[in-house]
Design a protein around this ligand. Structure first.
Ligand code: PAF
Length: 278
């Protein structure tokens, strides 16, 4: 009897539901956790305001034939007096999200470890958009001999190319339009890669340009190899372009897996890069 786990923080959207459908198709039993995990939020981040839509989430999961939904309280998950943490080291634990959001990856590692212990899954499903999280959890599952296969599932995008995220709900209409610069930049990079460009500088420059033109506050734009997340100067298939940028007070991240993901379809985007003239 195989068990599939889909860990979520709720406010479920089509991206989460695609993970649930995949788990449903591949596993005998499907468990979905809904838990806004306090240990992965920094003191100035949006833990208190993170969207919570439990009733709607549960009814969506019921319709997909999920066997169990696990929605513990913070007190049940973290009883007072706990002294155990999970610390991620190496490049994965010391770059990009780990630098921008100190403690975030360790908080994700702790809750995912606890969820693995609680649900004892054979497979656990994560979205590729959170690329560093995926790579970290994959390594954690192996390092701790959990026996859990971590399945990285493709990013689901809206019709304007913007990756689905519960935090998109924070954007007003103008900000939402500007968020389209992220998939537009990634689409330009994908086109350059498709046309044979392999140099990091050339692949990343249209991404940076798109974000700057739209007035986004860039946290990082990086090209990394997929497992250890070290920077690469020459890209190969499977390398990832990672973006983190802020619009107003909303921080968005996105990822393109070169040679794996389709170029995001972007309405009204600078697709002229696709003619291979990079
Ligand atoms: O990706 C998320 O929604 C969260 O980081 C996760 C994996 C559910 C852990 O809280």
């Amino acid at each position: 009897m195989s068990v599939g786990l889909v860990p979520t923080m709720g406010a479920l959207h089509e991206g989460h539901l695609s993970l649930v459908r995949r788990a449903r198709a591949e596993c005998d039993r499907v468990v979905v956790s809904i838990f806004v995990n306090p240990t992965q939020f920094g003191p100035t981040e949006d833990y208190a305001t993170y969207p919570r839509t439990l009733d709607a989430d549960l009814s969506a999961l019921e319709q997909l034939g999920v066997d169990a939904a696990f929605s513990p309280s913070a007190e049940a998950m973290y009883p007072p007096g706990g002294i155990t943490s999970v610390h991620i080291q190496g490049t994965l634990g010391g770059s990009l999200e780990a630098v921008s959001r100190p403690g975030h990856l360790d908080g994700v590692a702790l809750v995912v470890t606890k969820l693995f212990v609680a649900a004892r899954p054979d497979r656990a499903y994560f979205g590729a958009k959170d690329a560093q999280q995926c790579a970290m959890v994959t390594r954690l599952a192996a390092d701790l001999d959990t026996g859990v296969a971590v399945i990285e599932c493709p990013t689901v995008r809206d019709s304007d190319g913007v990756a689905l995220s519960s935090r998109n709900a924070y954007l007003d209409a103008g900000q939402r339009a500007r968020a389209g610069a992220i998939p537009a930049g990634l689409a330009a990079a994908a086109c350059r890669f498709g046309a044979g460009q392999r140099a990091a500088l050339e692949l990343l420059s249209p991404v940076r340009a798109a974000l700057e033109t739209a007035g986004l506050d860039i946290d990082y734009v990086a090209l990394v190899e997929p497992d250890g997340f070290t920077d690469v100067e020459i890209a190969g298939p499977g390398c990832k372009i990672l973006v983190a940028a802020t619009i107003g007070s909303t921080r968005l991240i996105d990822t393109l897996r070169l040679g794996v993901d389709e170029a995001p379809l972007v309405c009204g985007a600078p697709q002229q890069e696709c003619n291979g003239s990079s």
